[in-house]
Design a protein around this ligand. Structure first.
Ligand code: ASP
Length: 596
């Protein structure tokens, strides 16, 4: 009987079985040789003895073998309670080496992460790293979520459609470039790789396909950032004749199903909502981490009346002051978060470019500080600070100031999250939040031109649509982001379905008629053949999977990811292409001295 390495149990004792797998750990105990044989399903201990032991001495780590043997009970002192097959072992009768292995470049160990080699070595030998149980669990976890999501959408009557990978380079997602691919048949012309299936899912709605979803690979040529990959996966969908509420309910039900079936946890729905402008005002962030109640309090007026000269200088330079309150009873009972941690926060603040960060405590109804000089300079406004923040005994108050409001808000919201994590002031493991009604446009900081805050297909709200000509920056879109634990895990919108409105929005972004025609003329034409009201959303699937498994690094959940420089140490991509091929196939040449 051929079984996998995780199968045999006490009730198999005496049976003859065949196992195939990898020799993970090998221990020579003189008369006996033990091998832990492993595959995707588990590990079984093999015992080689007598003449066979001699033969088995040539086995090396990660050799692939096929063995035939008889299941036997283990001595009670060698039972491994951590392994489901740990009460039995296989007494080998014969074996065959299917393939040898070179000496492995790093141990395939289940020990702590600190034994892991460098990232690039792990990526170069990704197929070996994937043999680790933890990585295997990640692969399986992702697969389970993918299957659950697919089943969910099939049950809801969605069509799983495949949109093209070789597409036109159009406006699609903001802030990133499109990867381009030269055409051999049409020299001098290029395809773009999709930053998302956006335009094609809209065209599918115009085609009458009504309910679309896809587990879609998408590509963005961005500057490397810690948690980014140049290609990643979206759970992408689009529906016709529905509103925001329908789409948001659908996503909530989808997560509910994932929590029920994969996580074995109850998920509370509906998720809370906040409008973008309120989120920015209250939390200084469009993705507040709702595991913590990190409301920002404005102390600009109060501080301008204090004797705290450094902050007063920032205020007179046009800056603002924001404060965060951390209730004592949420943290350790000791009342004070330790000073080392605060100094780490000051360091974070500096790295974020924040001009000033100071901290005080509420003790006996007054402000105290370490050093006391800070509290002394705030003595005159201490009562006002306490009442504005509704602060109580033992609360920690962090006060930040900066001439730039953007820097101040970004830094304070980040600091709030870090302190929250340090104090573990939450019982919530997963905090979902819908952020609604984003502005349609934002101003490019350099050129001052309007650009879409997300993409140029977002429908304006009825209430603000009339401002498109007079005050376009005040127009809000029917756009919603989904935030989980302070990370944006998805976003979508209702789309513009009127060709004139689409043209108008593109022209507000400074595109000439000719440019509009050239890049998105085909979409505008499609919109003029009877486009339904439509909208959708895309979730960043790699991030969703990592977060639900309680991890951060999305690369641990992508089968063959790129490194932080967006290279693949595994296959050596990106790589040069010979001059001859470039010339002959594409009529192209590259100026590059380093070329080999
Ligand atoms: N295509 C959009 C994105 O990738 C999502 C959407 O609006 O559906 O961000």
């Amino acid at each position: 009987m051929e079984v996998d390495c995780g199968r045999i149990r006490d009730h198999d004792i005496g049976k003859e079985v065949v196992l195939n797998g990898w020799c993970r750990y090998i221990r020579d105990h003189g008369g006996l040789l033990f091998v832990d044989l492993t595959d995707r399903y588990g590990t079984t201990q093999l015992v080689f003895e007598g003449a066979l032991k001699k033969e088995a001495e040539e086995l090396g780590k990660e050799y692939v073998i096929s063995v035939t043997g008889v299941v036997d009970k283990r001595d009670s002192d060698t039972v491994d309670a951590s392994n489901p097959t740990g009460t039995v072992e296989l007494r080998v009768k014969s074996f065959k080496i299917i393939n040898k292995s070179k000496v492995i470049p790093f141990e395939i160990t289940e020990e702590k992460e600190k034994f892991l080699p460098s990232d690039d070595l792990r990526l170069k030998y990704r197929y070996l790293d994937l043999r680790r149980k933890k990585m295997l669990r990640n692969v399986e976890f992702r697969d389970k979520i993918t299957k659950t999501i697919r089943k969910f959408f099939w049950d809801e009557g969605f069509l799983e459609l495949e949109t093209p990978i070789l597409v036109k380079d159009t406006y699609d997602a903001s802030g990133s470039r499109t990867f381009i691919t030269p055409s051999r048949m049409h020299k001098g012309k290029f395809y773009g790789l999709p930053q998302s299936p956006q335009v094609y899912k809209q065209l599918s709605m115009i085609a009458g396909l009504d309910k679309y979803f896809q587990v879609a690979k998408v590509f963005r040529d961005e500057d490397p950032r810690e948690d980014r990959q140049p290609e990643f996966t979206q759970i992408d969908l689009e529906v016709s004749f529905k509103d925001e509420k329908y789409i948001q309910n659908l996503i909530e039900s989808m997560f509910k199903r994932v929590f029920d079936e994969v996580m074995g946890e109850k998920l509370e729905v509906p998720f809370p909502h906040i409008d973008y402008l309120d989120a920015m005002r209250m939390y200084g962030s469009d993705k507040p981490d709702m595991r913590f109640d990190n409301v920002l309090f404005d102390l600009t007026d109060e501080m301008s009346k204090s004797d705290y000269n450094i902050i007063k200088k920032v205020i007179s330079a046009g800056g603002r002051v924001k404060a965060l309150k951390f209730p004592a009873d949420m943290g350790k009972k000791s009342q004070k978060i330790d000073k080392k941690k605060i100094l780490e926060l000051v360091e974070i603040a500096k790295n974020l470019g924040l001009k000033g960060l100071t901290w005080v405590y509420v003790v006996d109804g007054k402000i105290e500080s370490d050093p006391p000089s800070i509290a002394a300079s705030l003595a005159g406004i201490s009562g006002q600070i306490i009442s504005k923040l509704d602060a109580h005994e033992g609360d920690l108050v962090l006060i930040g100031s900066d001439p730039s409001e953007n820097v101040l808000l970004a830094a304070m919201s980040k600091i709030g999250r870090v302190v929250g994590l340090v104090l573990r002031q939450t019982k919530k493991k997963y905090a979902f939040l819908w952020v609604d009604k984003f502005p349609l446009f934002e101003k490019d900081e350099v050129t001052g031109e309007l650009q879409p805050m997300h993409n140029p297909f977002v429908a304006p709200t009825e209430e603000t649509e009339g401002l498109l000509d007079s005050a376009p920056e005040k127009v809000l879109g029917k756009r919603y982001d989904l935030v989980l634990n302070g990370m944006e895990i998805g976003g979508g919108s209702l789309r513009i379905h009127n060709p004139d409105m689409q043209r108008k929005v593109l022209s507000k972004m400074g595109l000439s008629d000719a440019e509009i025609e050239r890049s998105l003329g085909f979409l505008i034409e499609a919109l003029s053949f009877g486009a339904p009201v439509h909208g959708g959303i895309a979730l960043g699937f790699d991030r969703v999977v990592a977060t639900l498994s309680g991890e951060y690094d999305i690369r641990d959940f992508i089968l063959f990811p790129k490194n932080r420089k967006f290279e693949s140490p595994l296959d050596g991509s990106p790589d040069y292409v010979s001059d001859k091929r470039l010339q002959d196939d594409y009529d192209l040449s590259v100026k590059n001295e380093k070329k080999s």
